[in-house]
Design a protein around this ligand. Structure first.
Ligand code: PLP
Length: 413
């Protein structure tokens, strides 16, 4: 008798994900366990790695003021509310929702633990039978999962590419009779750091009375209003819509605090009148567990610090990113980042190169995120570096030298 788990693994991998599975098994930079941390360095299998994989863009995970916010909140509220939000929530939630809405400039906000839970809860809740969904082909996988769930519930699902908006326009016109039309896009693309043409997407959606779901997982905390030569990412870190000066008409602004704010929480920025509807229709609000007290406290503390110091950090983050991009360009290391957003992916091609690149970077003492097929197209594997304010200039230099050497080795083969 054959083992059912062997059978399942073989059968599933023969259809998809084999490259990522193999990468996971062999590469030096996948699924590691860190046994110690010192600043932005982590100890992995006895070797200190300088970390460029965390997405803790503002470095708040290591700030004493943020850590110190946890104790008093936990003493007051216990470690975990353990109510479903539909039942009851500690008032920390109300404070966080008010602070987030005030910062990004939406009428209101609704907090859930993760963007993944928002994607699979909100997209089906708004759409379902008779609705039409238009998802950018490169939208994050969690949002695709939400779209597919909505399709199972009777919505039609069409893909378009943000580089070819005529497909979107034609699709919206063809579905003029749909109950709801929802366009799903990311605010910042999580592999390249590029921005889709949000201005044009919003213009098209508004002309067709469609709603636009913008997942700004990466932009929130980094990008903000009134960009200028002195503040290239803009001020306040209040997100991609404010950065581009677009306004929230027809927009559901979705973002999270697990990247720039180093806290497990996510939110939907929405009109006031929508909030009671969301509270009765989003499954993950109705029945999932809540955000732990520690994260509610660190999110609030992080927002306070951001108001005082954030614009200075974002200037540093920009300078780190600019230096990495300029150095990659000088060394002929291909990237696709035209925004200087702190996601710098060095293209290395095949899954084999991603795996080898990971091993070499481990030897160099550098941690980055590896992305191979099917997370990215087959020939577009990357070594993705996400600098944070907690990195130092020495560490930025170390990254540049290491990636330069790895690039030379991989291209010489
Ligand atoms: C664009 C985007 N959306 C959503 C997510 C998932 O967010 P969460 O961890 O809050 O579910 C990520 C995480 O990497 C992301 O990059």
């Amino acid at each position: 008798m054959s083992d059912v788990f062997d059978q399942a693994i073989d059968r599933v991998l023969s259809r998809k994900n084999r490259e990522v599975y193999e990468l996971l098994q062999r590469s030096g930079l996948y699924d590691n366990v860190a046994t110690a941390i010192r600043g932005r360095k982590v100890l992995v299998r006895g070797k200190w790695l300088t970390d460029f994989a965390s997405c803790n863009y503002l470095g708040l995970d290591l700030r004493p003021e943020v850590m110190e916010a946890i104790g008093p909140a936990v003493r007051e509220w216990g470690t975990h509310p353990s109510w479903a939000r539909m039942c009851c929530s500690p008032e920390l939630y109300e404070r966080l929702e008010a602070a987030l809405a005030a910062l990004v400039g939406t009428e209101d906000a609704l907090v859930l633990p993760t963007i993944s839970l928002i994607g699979i809860g909100l997209i089906p809740a708004l759409t379902g039978k008779g609705a039409a969904i238009f998802a950018d082909k490169v939208v994050h996988k969690v949002n695709h999962d939400g779209c597919r769930l909505a399709r199972d519930m009777g919505a039609t699902l069409t893909s378009f590419h943000h580089g070819d908006l005529s497909t979107l326009e034609v699709g919206l016109a063809a579905h003029a009779g749909a109950t709801v039309r929802l366009v799903v896009v990311d605010g910042v693309l999580s592999t390249t750091g590029r921005l889709p043409e949000l201005g044009r997407i919003l213009e098209i959606a508004r002309a067709h009375d469609a709603i636009v779901y913008v997942d700004d997982a990466h932009g929130f905390g980094v990008l903000g209003e009134s960009p200028s030569p002195e503040h290239p990412y803009g001020r306040k870190g209040n997100g991609v819509i404010r950065h581009l000066g677009l306004g929230y008409d027809n927009v559901l602004y979705v973002s999270g605090l697990s990247k720039a704010y180093s806290s497990l929480a996510a939110f939907i920025g929405c009109p006031k009148k929508l909030k009671p509807f969301l509270k009765c229709n989003v499954t993950s609000y109705l029945v999932s567990g809540p955000v732990p007290t520690a994260s509610l406290a660190t999110a609030l503390a992080g927002l306070e610090l951001n108001a005082r110091e954030g614009d200075t950090w974002r200037r540093t983050l920009y300078e780190y990113t600019r230096a990495i991009l300029d150095a990659y360009r000088e060394r002929g290391i291909p990237t696709d980042n035209d925004t200087a957003f702190p996601i710098v992916s060095a293209y290395v091609g095949s899954a084999e190169n991603v795996e080898r690149g990971g091993q070499l970077l481990f030897e160099e003492g550098i941690n980055v995120t590896l992305q191979g097929y099917p997370l990215v197209p087959r020939d577009k594997g990357v070594l993705r570096a996400t600098p944070t304010v907690a990195n130092t200039w020495d560490e930025v230099e170390q990254l540049i030298t290491a990636v330069g050497r790895v690039h030379q080795t991989l291209t010489a083969r």
